[in-house]
Design a protein around this ligand. Structure first.
Ligand SMILES: NC(=O)C1=CN([C@@H]2O[C@H](COP(=O)(O)OP(=O)(O)OC[C@H]3O[C@@H](n4cnc5c(N)ncnc54)[C@H](OP(=O)(O)O)[C@@H]3O)[C@@H](O)[C@H]2O)C=CC1
Ligand SMILES: O=CCCC(=O)O
Length: 334
């Protein structure tokens, strides 16, 4: 059914328009966007300048937007300020001085604190403004944040992202949005600066849930890959060849080709911190529990990420989970 597909110009891939999903893709911030709007007019706030937030905000500044930033550790604002960003000393200050404010925080606790706490973004919100939370959280947290924002008269959109540090730097993220559809359309030009595609998934909670499902799969895939690399070494194969063979076959995934060579060298330069992957598995397990769904593979993977954290690897890349497997092998040999 040719009519069911859109062609994404940046990917040259067919994208399916499902009955509930609106999948859009557009090439630049200033061009007309696929939702029918024009480039975003107004001031943009950005809260949370970690591995993901810093390059996302940086891309907005480079695209010519008027961006105001805040980060708990203030010094992380400096590189953005040298690119031309403005600074506010609290999330409330950013929200009150901007038309739309994005937030990219570590976890449910920090996302809720920054949005709803003292001097939080909600204190600076008002009718006509928008809040877009791009952090990975659970649906209950997203709904809580949405409630605090919308009771000020402002609009709320959740928009967690697929894609890691490099796609964030390259403006190639995938946005999983849900919530206020008119805010979605309004910020589409901004999403298109930071990403290569965007999904609108309906009610608040659907974006958060979609993100957890995707990261649950990713966390388990990484553990399985790590097991394969270790097993190959144990039986006398070259794990580099395993990476190469996998890259040419049906189970090829960019993640394996990207992380495999450094995993073989026991190097884990952080793109996606292991502590965040474990957080996502923990949240996915709670999600599964809420609907009495069994996810035994993800549960086993979660245990390994917990072991890796206890080994001091929380801030390493999540591929460092292979070290938890190595530790298990060592302890079983003693
Ligand atoms: N890295 C990745 O590949 C991806 C990450 N994500 C998700 O995006 C989010 C951010 O990830 P990432 O940038 O990697 O994480 P980082 O750990 O690099 O950054 C976390 C950010 O949250 C802030 N923060 C943490 N705790 C608090 C708090 N209590 N109050 C205020 N601010 C706080 C940090 O501030 P400070 O600088 O002061 O510590 C920092 O700005 C997470 O939800 C993650 O799961 C999604 C897709 C990919
Ligand atoms: O949440 C992190 C996702 C990382 C990725 O999609 O590569």
């Amino acid at each position: 059914m040719a009519a069911a597909f859109l062609l994404c110009p940046r990917l040259a891939l067919p994208l399916r328009r499902g009955s509930r999903l609106l999948v859009s893709c557009s090439a630049s911030a200033s061009s007309s966007d696929a939702a029918g709007g024009v480039g975003f007019q107004g001031k943009v706030g950005f809260l949370g300048l970690g591995i993901m937030g810093a390059p996302m905000a940086s891309n907005l500044i480079k695209a010519g937007y008027d961006v105001t930033v805040w980060n708990r550790t203030e010094s992380k604002c400096d590189p953005l300020l040298s690119l031309g960003a403005k600074f506010e000393s609290s999330p409330a200050g950013v929200a009150s001085s901007c038309d739309v404010t994005f937030a990219m925080l570590a976890d449910p606790e920090s996302a809720a604190e920054v949005a709803c706490g003292t001097n939080g973004a909600a204190e600076g919100m008002a009718p006509g403004k928008g809040y877009v939370d791009v952090s990975t959280v659970d649906d209950a947290t997203s709904k809580l944040i949405g409630k605090h924002i919308t009771r000020t008269g402002a609009s709320f959109l959740e928009a967690p992202v697929s894609g890691s540090k490099k796609p964030a730097e390259d403006g190639l993220l995938i946005f999983l949005t849900a919530g206020d559809e008119s805010l979605y359309k309004r910020v589409a030009p901004l999403l298109d600066v930071m990403g290569k595609s965007r999904f609108y998934l309906g009610d608040v909670g659907n974006g958060a849930t979609m993100k957890l499902v995707v990261n649950m799969v990713m966390g388990s895939m990484m553990v399985s890959f790590a097991e394969g690399l270790l097993l190959s070494e144990k039986v006398g194969l070259d794990p580099n060849t395993v990476v190469e063979v996998i890259s040419q076959g049906a189970i090829n995934a960019p993640m394996f080709s990207l992380k495999g060579p450094s995993m073989v060298k026991a190097a884990y330069p952080t793109a996606f911190p292991l502590k965040h992957q474990q957080k996502d598995l923990r949240l996915a397990l709670a999600l599964a529990e809420s609907v009495s769904q069994s996810i035994p593979t993800a549960a086993a993977a979660n245990e390994l990420y917990k072991v890796a954290k206890s080994l001091g690897l929380a801030d390493h890349d999540f591929s460092a989970v292979i070290e938890a497997l190595k530790a298990k092998v060592q302890s079983s040999q003693q």
